[in-house]
Design a protein around this ligand. Sequence first.
Ligand code: NAD
Length: 487
Amino acid sequence: MTNGEYLYARVPADMPRWIEGLALQMTIAGRDAPARQRGSVIHAGNAAEIADYPDADTGHVDDAVAAARAAFPGWAATSWDARRVMLERFADTLFEHLDTLALIVAAESGRPLRRAWGEVAFAVDYVRTIAAQVLPDVRIERPGARVRLRRRPLGVAAAIAPWNGPVILAVAKIANALLAGDTLVLRPSPFTPLSALYMGMIGRGVFPAGVFNVITGDAGVGAAMTVHPDVAKVSFTGSTATGKRIAAAAAPTLKRLTLELGGNDPAIVLADADVETLADTVYRISLENAGQFCAAIKRLYVHESIYDAVAAAIVQRAQGAVPGSCFDPASTMTPVQNRPQFDRVWALYDDAVAHGAQVLTGGVRHEAAGLFIPPTLVAGIGHGVDLIDQEQFGPVLPILPFSDEEAVLELANRGDYGLGASVWTRDVDRGIALVERIDAGTGWVNQHGAFTAALPMPFARQSGIGMDYAEYGVAEHSQAMLINAKL
Ligand code: NAD
């Protein structure tokens, strides 16, 4: 989506001062919640501080949960329609603030402004799509009884969001919880807290006080949310390792969980695949966006007969990348968002090279201060090397040739993840038959990472628990209750 181009002409000359002027605050019970300490946001494009923000401590968790708990009975008692209407107003409000939010997202994430704009525009659509969902009572026919399964709100939900899609991944959690009748405490990633703070502030004019609270804070604050006795539900997006810690922390009170975790998605490219479409997708989701997408293609298995053509098509796109500031309309290449992730991706790259990887493109460290990793394609390594066995979450993609379909299916099913998988072929029936044999939450044919809030997103194996989007994400924020009346 490139409709945000006009915004490049409106970038504030002094971005830190512009952000300071927004006077971002946490929102608890519809009001500013002062903080004793401040955190800082490092801009990935130049590794310099771009903003500081009010940083929560665990006391804020108690305050925010108390506010959400106090607001819960009133919110749960409002009609589904009333909650839908408020979410539609929230979508309209996000749209009114689209430009400001896009500038904030670019500043805090370092991604090109047009992509940040696209993220917020999609987020508006996500809220509208989720707001339109319904969870009607289900009548069950039984002789001599009137039986129905109804859904009711759960209580206070805690949402812990990641840095790779600070608005889009947060709004899905907001809309799911609030439509279901839960009240919410949202805690964004400490790497990208600014857009969430802003959404909390604009949300004050939409939702009753206490319904939608936003606090910041580090992993300790996140952990305090997951053990709080008054939190009924935790919705978390992040790594599998943290997801396991959250599941353990939530166990003593059996909190409901939606865990959207890591992935190591395979793509299998058959001999008759459309090379250009595949190369466009690989470049767009796995390389250009610095690979910071849960469902990027992270292992690319290509039939030996078209291996050279696929590699060449990806290399050609990667070599057109223009690294530079996210506020420069000419730059197309996104830096990695944060230093730990930057170091991790280079370590995986170095390890692959030490194992004999052949670098088809990229791999060269950029002299600029920012956290740039060029789009990198490596060949000549197999399973047993971490770049293939683990999630890289960065723009370094391994490409592997295959000749035997059964053997490649076995490789695709290796490892503990099960987020997504794709098969690429002109024979769609064959593609479906093959992708069904991969143990993943989503199986795509001739596309990958294609999400919309209108379709469910299930999580298989250690890529998560539960299902997001469509009516399913909302249902996960509700408690099913069976009513069984004897006639
Ligand atoms: P992360 O697990 O490192 O951190 C996530 C958040 O959890 C952070 O904000 C952190 O402060 C917090 N946290 C850490 N320890 C905690 C604890 N014990 N209790 C509660 N909170 C705690 O993940 P990340 O680096 O922010 O995100 C990248 C990961 O997210 C990747 O693995 C990616 O695949 C995954 N992801 C998944 C999806 C999906 O929908 N499946 C979407 C986006 C990202």
